[in-house]
Design a protein around this ligand. Structure first.
Ligand SMILES: [Zn+2]
Length: 118
C-alpha cells in the first residue's frame, strides 16, 4: 500500500507538541532533504517484516535495515528510560513545519532533551 492509495483511511493532524516520528512512510521533499543531510543512514527502505517502504535506519557497517521496533523499544537507542541513557543521544534540532505520514510518539526523554537544549 502506498500513501497515495485512494482507500487509505487517512487521519490528518496538526501538532504543535514535540514528538519523535517513527514508521515514516511519507515525508515532504524539503524535510526529506534535511533528514538526508543530517542523518545519511536514514534512507527509504522496504521491510519485508513491515510489508512496506519507510524511512529506515541502515547499519553504518553492513547497510542492513535496522527495524524501527529495535530502535524504539524501551531501552532501545531511541527510547532511553533514564536521563543518563538519554545523554548518549545527539539531536540535530531543526525547527520547521513538515508534512509526514508517520507515527508520532511523545516521550519523557524528548522533554529531557528539550530542557537540555535551553
Ligand atoms: Zn551491520
Amino acid at each position: 500500500m502506498s500513501p497515495w492509495d485512494d482507500d487509505i483511511d487517512a487521519t490528518y493532524e496538526s501538532r504543535n507538541e514535540p514528538a519523535v516520528l517513527k514508521s515514516i512512510v511519507f515525508l515532504d521533499v524539503d524535510a526529506a532533504e534535511v533528514v538526508a543531510s543530517n542523518a545519511p543512514r536514514l534512507r527509504w527502505s522496504f521491510s519485508t517484516t513491515a510489508g512496506e517502504r519507510y524511512l529506515g535506519n541502515r547499519c553504518g557497517q553492513c547497510d542492513a535495515l535496522q527495524g524501527d521496533w529495535y530502535l524504539h523499544k524501551p531501552e532501545g537507542p531511541f527510547f532511553p528510560l533514564s536521563q543518563t541513557a538519554a545523554k548518549d543521544l545527539t539531536i540535530a534540532w531543526v525547527e520547521r513545519e513538515l508534512s509526514a505520514i508517520a507515527t508520532a510518539v511523545e516521550s519523557t526523554w524528548l522533554d529531557w532533551m528539550l530542557s537540555r537544549s535551553e
